[in-house]
Every structure is written in C-alpha cells, then in structure tokens.
Design a protein around this ligand. Structure first.
Ligand code: DP6
Length: 345
C-alpha cells in the first residue's frame, strides 16, 4: 500500500529583507523580516509526498528531474517530521509505521523555477506541509514554520497568507525563530504585485553564500542588522496594520536598496541587480515623483528580477507604464506576472 498526501504552498516576497544568519545550521537570522504572500492562483508549488514499505530509499523530483535528498537542510526537515510522526505512532500503536518507510516526494512549480522567484520558499513550505499531512501531524502553522525555516529561511514565511513577519528570536535552539501573521489578506485586500522577469537564468551567488560573505566582511551590515532593521520592522508592521501604502512603499524601496548596498559592501562584492534592474528603479522613482505619491514600490531579491507592489486601483497606470516602457528596455525578456495577495493558506 502507498500512503500519499498532496498540498500546495505560495510564494512570498520580502518587503523587509532577511539577509544574514547567526546560525547557519538552524537558519537563524541576524534580523527579523517581513513579507507579503502571493496568491496560489498565480504562483505556487504543488507537492505530493508518498510513503510505502517497499520504497528502497528517499527520493525527490523537482519539476520532473530527480534531485539529491542528501543536503543537510532537507535531512533536517525530514528528520524532524519523522520524529514527530514516531511520537504519534508510539502514542497510537494502531497507526501504520510511516516513520519507518522511505519517502518519495514530487514537487512542481507553476512558474519558472530557475527565475529566482522565491522558489525555495514555496518549495520547502510545500514539502514540509505535504509530509505533515501524510503523517497526520496537527502542528500549528507556526510550528511548521520552524521546520520549514531549517530548509530555507524565507520558507517559514510561506506558512501564512497575507502579511507575515519572521521574528528572529533569541534562543540558541531556534525555538522562538518562527513566522507569525501581521495582518490577514482580508485586512488589506487591495494590495497587488507585479513580477518582472528580467532574467530567468539562475543566480550567480546563492543567497546562502551571499549572506555569509556579507556577515563576515561588511561593516555596514552590523549597523543595518542592529540599528536600522529593528526600527524599520516596527514602522513597516504599523504601516501594514494602518493600510498606509505611502509609508509601506517607501520603506519597501529603501530596504531593498539597503540590502543591495550591504551586498556591494561585502568582500568580494556581491551583485544581484543588473542595468535593467536599475533602469526599473529609475523608472518607478520618476513615476512616483510625477504623481507626487508612491504609486508603485519596487523590491529586488537575490537576483535581477523586479517585484512591484501597488494598490489595485492603480493597476491600470502601473501596467500602462510597464507596457509603454517594456519595448524600450533591452535585455528584458518581457515576461511578467501579476499576483493578488494570498488569503489564509
Ligand atoms: C534576498 O531564504 O533563500 O530573498 O535561508 O539560505 O535558504 P537560505 O536563504 P533564502 O534567502 C532569501 C533572501 C532574500 C530576502 C528574503 O526573502 O527575506
């Protein structure tokens, strides 16, 4: 008999960036972060986890291609989930011994994986949830976020819809480093995101390596993590609760820029944005200036692709601007997605 469970998980895009670990094994961050979860109608990972006593080994397929399951992050997630299942079996001897069986995991994205669109966040969130469902675990999203965090830091935030904080926590064992919801999608439903795929090729420096370089070498980084982010975290949380787009948008843009500044301040320097990314920044800055308000806020993760946040009522002018500008932009592969905000996942 094969036991199976399927689930989906959404993508999240940070508006206050996670950049730096204080513990690389447990993925404990040097600062708290904030993100918005995008609707699964638009972007999502679909994962099926199966267990059977005749499976010979643990196996994983990503978008049809077999991948290694030996990485320490995957091993950490699997062994935590297996331990929880084992405890459940000990308490309920009639349950099938799934904790002893090997797992086959099949995962696919409905967006280009290589495009660096937070695929690891949705990927690990879906993997943890699919196995939790298979194992009949009833851990809260907050508890599951602690497990997903060990797969990829940003994955912990994909356990919730709406507006999400990852609280860095203080404990050495990571027990208080987990995601919590700041506001539901229903509380501020008219937010939208546009994703501009400037390059679909894989990033040159992984986030994991990039952030370690920054932690070890950047002098600006300490100031960001210890002074700037704690204050910005409060201001951005407040802007979200008050549905204050002007403040939310300004903070989102300066935080993206500061994240890329500490990357440049690292040795060797880490570059994620390219000329087209900078052109988009210039375009949006000018556009907001002409309108005398923040109409759209840009943010860039560890790659050149832009994500714009804006309010639904401004969609015609934001998409109009992109349409007008796109043919002028060299090196832009003209793919873009728009997404709503995810309700509770
Ligand atoms: C720039 O979560 O991919 O997107 O924990 O090493 O897997 P690991 O890193 P990852 O880093 C994301 C960095 C970021 C900012 C963010 O999402 O907060």
């Amino acid at each position: 008999k094969i036991y199976s469970a399927s689930t989906t998980a959404p993508v999240n895009i940070a508006t206050l960036k996670y950049w730096g670990k204080r513990d690389t094994k447990l993925n404990l961050p040097t600062n708290s972060s904030i993100s918005v979860t995008l609707s699964q109608d638009d972007l999502r990972t679909l994962t099926t986890a199966s267990a059977a006593d005749f499976f010979q080994s643990d196996k994983l397929w990503l978008d049809g291609k077999e991948e290694s399951l030996e990485g320490p992050r995957l091993v950490a997630c699997l062994s935590e989930l297996r331990a929880l299942r084992k405890a459940l079996e000990d308490a309920n001897p009639e349950f099938p011994p799934l904790s002893k069986y090997h797992l086959h995991i099949i995962s696919e994205n409905n967006f280009p994986t290589a495009a660096g669109l937070a695929s690891s966040a949705a990927g690990f969130a879906a993997l943890v949830r699919a196995i939790a469902n298979l194992y009949d675990l009833h851990q809260s999203p907050e508890d599951l976020s602690r497990i997903a965090r060990q797969g990829s830091g940003s994955a912990c935030r994909s356990m919730f819809g709406g507006y999400v904080a990852w609280e860095m926590g203080q404990e050495a064992d990571g027990s208080d480093s987990r995601a919590v919801q700041i506001a539901t999608q229903e509380a501020w439903p008219d937010m939208k995101a546009a994703i501009l795929v400037i390059s679909a090729s894989k990033k040159e420096t992984s986030s994991t390596l990039g952030m370690q370089t920054t932690v070890n070498t950047s002098t600006l980084f300490k100031y960001r993590a210890e002074v700037v982010v704690p204050q910005r975290f409060k201001e951005m949380s407040k802007a979200i609760v008050n549905k204050d787009f002007e403040t939310f948008g300004k903070l989102t843009m300066i935080d993206s820029n500061q994240f890329h500044a500490v990357c440049l301040d690292s040795s060797p320097p880490v570059f994620y944005m390219n000329d087209t990314s900078r052109l988009v920044i210039g375009l949006i800055e000018k556009f907001n200036k002409i309108h005398d308000r923040v109409v759209a806020a840009y943010t860039f993760d560890a790659g050149p692709n832009a994500v714009l946040y804006y309010l639904e009522r401004d969609e015609p002018i934001v998409l109009g601007l992109l349409k007008a500008a796109v043919p002028e932009v060299d090196g832009w592969d003209k793919k873009s997605y728009t997404a709503s905000i995810a309700p509770t996942v």
